[in-house]
Design a protein around this ligand. Structure first.
Ligand SMILES: [Zn+2]
Length: 198
């Protein structure tokens, strides 16, 4: 049904009343140039009613699974506050969206932890930071930070060892060069001595 996309967020746009269109996602009102938009005008000849928005939002709410789905439904109810129980349903959807967002954040952080990698652990710690009151987030966050610290220490140690090895190799090379030069000088001296004897 929607023929247009919101210029702000890309959400579905419906016809509100003459000349004005409303984004179902962010609620922004926009006017569209019919000549520019072109075909399909007949589909938007009837303005979308509050009941249509209400029914659409109910449908979204019924099929919602993720946090974002509930946010979308909530924003549609928000567009028709005052109509039927839209206000109550909006609050419920926003609340459910927030609950799910926290759970999703927790799951994502746990997933990152399983990677056992310093970079992911750092990201996981930052995610746990945003949901300190949820389940064992505080402990998990500490676990991540500890892992990161340990890894950082290991890296520092490894770098120090590498640095020392490089320095040793350089020293050995210098010694070798000195020995070669010494040997050449010695040979030259010996040859000169032999030549002088003859
Ligand atoms: Zn929008």
């Amino acid at each position: 049904m929607p023929l247009y996309r919101c210029q702000m967020c890309g959400g579905e746009v419906i016809r509100k009343h003459d000349g004005l269109y409303m984004c179902l996602y962010c609620g922004s009102m926009q006017s569209f140039d019919f000549d520019f938009v072109g075909n399909g005008q007949s589909n938007v000849s009837a303005p979308t009613t509050e009941e249509e928005i209400y029914v659409g939002a109910q449908r979204l709410r019924a099929s919602a699974k993720a946090s974002n789905d509930y946010t979308t439904a909530a924003k549609q109810f928000q567009l028709i506050i005052g109509y039927k129980d839209a206000s109550t349903l909006m609050s419920q959807c926003f609340q459910k969206a927030e609950e799910l967002r926290i759970e999703e954040t927790y799951e994502e952080a746990c997933g990152l932890m399983n990677e056992n990698n310093i970079h992911f652990m750092q990201q996981a710690a930052e995610l746990f930071d945003t949901i300190p009151n949820f389940r064992d987030s505080v402990f998990k966050r500490a676990e991540c930070r500890e892992f990161v610290n340990r890894q950082q220490q290991t890296i520092i140690r490894k770098n120090a060892i590498l640095q020392r090895e490089m320095e040793d190799a350089e020293k050995k090379q210098k010694l070798l060069a000195a020995a070669v030069i010494g040997a050449i000088v010695l040979l030259v001296l010996i040859f000169t001595a032999i030549k002088n004897i003859h």
